[in-house]
Write a protein that binds this ligand. Structure first.
Ligand SMILES: [Zn+2]
Length: 121
């Protein structure tokens, strides 16, 4: 939950110069082979507007991100699907994943370092 809070509070932050506010990053681990995958989503491109059925207004009630994720493994073809919901300020409200689980950026970087040895350059 610590990471989740940091994500929320850092959504509009400008502390990191390489941090594009229009990009959202998610890190997932395959539920089958354990491969870790970084998933990038672009605001305005990957996010879809959500409308209240009974809202009666033209303004969206929030945004959702749906993304199918596949690892690069040659032997595992597990497909993961993530679903993230945002409010109209692009603050994350909830997240859901099928076929794997969310991990923190720290976990992802740690696993990426391990995997570096096998990766062809
Ligand atoms: Zn896999």
């Amino acid at each position: 939950m610590k990471f989740f809070k940091r994500l929320l509070s850092g959504a509009g932050g400008e502390s990191d110069p390489g941090d594009d506010p229009n990009l959202f990053w998610y890190y997932v681990r395959c539920g089958r082979c354990g491969e870790t995958v970084a998933v990038m989503a672009r605001r305005g491109y990957d996010l879809v507007e959500e409308y209240e059925e009974s809202g009666g207004t033209d303004a969206p009630s929030g945004y959702s991100l749906y993304k199918d994720v596949m690892g690069r493994s040659d032997t595992c073809f597990q497909q993961m699907r993530i679903e993230i919901r945002f409010n109209t300020s692009y603050e994350e409200q909830s997240r859901h994943i099928e076929g794997g689980r969310f991990i923190t950026e720290e976990e992802f970087r740690a696993s990426a370092n391990e995997a570096d040895q096998d990766e062809p350059k």
